[in-house]
Design a protein around this ligand. Structure first.
Ligand SMILES: NC(=O)c1ccc[n+]([C@@H]2O[C@H](COP(=O)([O-])OP(=O)(O)OC[C@H]3O[C@@H](n4cnc5c(N)ncnc54)[C@H](OP(=O)(O)O)[C@@H]3O)[C@@H](O)[C@H]2O)c1
Length: 257
């Protein structure tokens, strides 16, 4: 049976993408650490849309997590048709003051496991000549980001990987899309301890709106999806600015002092 796998389905953008997939009658594999939230969502989606929902409670910072997920799904005989690499988090502060383990596990979740899951599930998609991958980056992917240095860099990786892979896979039946949201109303900011940041003061979008934009873009096989007029304007205007100014813009927005 065909399934869509969503990482980080317990809240925010991933939860809303899961709802959209279920509404369109996709069976789901939902992954995050929070088993209670996943069970709640499983019940909601199975009751409302009569789809099959399998949950996997897993810490994606764990180096074995991608392989464990792949093995569990293979043993169940599920085929992953759509892979939504959404799980991610940020950290706010000076590079030298942020706990090293937080930033290293961020690299593990935002980059390592996203890449590993893609490596594991892509071969079957290519064999079946059918599949969609949606990676969640950020408008941060277009900037160097002082005071969220590692987070911005992880998202630049996701954007670059996704665009390159989309190009490699042209004509295979498998598409790769990357969603680059700007500030979005979710638990992300409080988890990243971004109280002082000005980043979330302007043009904040609803998670459901961002998810819909990403989902529609993925269905169309659109390569880079930027939700919201303001975000589109921003990432286009900075193409014409010197990199030093772009970095200063990001630094001012974070307003650490
Ligand atoms: N909100 C924004 O302003 C914004 C802007 C641009 C991009 N994004 C990106 O959008 C994506 C979704 O974030 P969100 O805004 O929806 O934030 P969110 O509400 O905090 O959701 C993050 C999701 O990722 C999961 N996750 C985080 N660390 C994990 C780990 N170690 N293992 C397993 N799952 C983990 C969380 O699940 P558990 O905690 O249950 O494990 C949760 O389901 C992220 O990649 C984020 O970088 C967000």
């Amino acid at each position: 049976m065909n399934y869509s796998l969503v990482t980080g389905a317990s809240s925010g953008i991933g939860l809303e993408i899961s709802r959209l997939l279920a509404k369109d009658k996709n069976n789901l594999i939902l992954v995050s650490r929070n088993e209670d939230e996943l069970l709640k969502l499983k019940k909601e989606l199975e009751d409302s849309y009569k789809v099959q929902v399998h949950i996997i409670s897993k810490d994606l910072a764990d180096h074995n997590s991608a392989l464990d997920i792949y093995n569990e799904i293979s043993n169940l005989g599920f085929v992953v048709e759509n892979l939504i690499n959404n799980a991610g988090f940020g950290s706010f502060g000076r590079f030298n003051e942020i706990d090293t383990l937080i930033d290293i596990s961020m690299i593990d979740v935002n980059i390592r496991t996203l890449t590993y899951l893609t490596k594991l599930f892509l071969p079957d998609m290519i064999k079946n000549k059918k599949g969609k991958i949606l990676n969640i980056a950020s408008t941060a992917a277009f900037f160097p980001g002082p005071y969220m240095t590692v987070y911005y860099a992880t998202k630049a990786f996701v954007l670059s990987l996704s665009e390159a892979l989309a190009s490699e896979l042209a004509g295979t039946g498998v598409t790769v899309s990357v969603l680059c949201p700007g500030p979005t109303k979710t638990a992300f900011q409080s988890k990243a301890k971004m109280k002082k940041s000005q980043f979330v003061k302007f043009g904040v979008m609803e998670a459901s709106t961002v998810a819909l934009c990403g989902y529609r873009g993925m269905l169309k096989g659109k390569k880079v999806i930027v939700p919201g007029v303001l975000n589109k304007f921003l990432i286009n205007i900075i193409r014409f600015l010197p990199r030093s100014i772009v970095t200063s813009m990001a630094k001012t927005t974070q307003n650490i002092d």
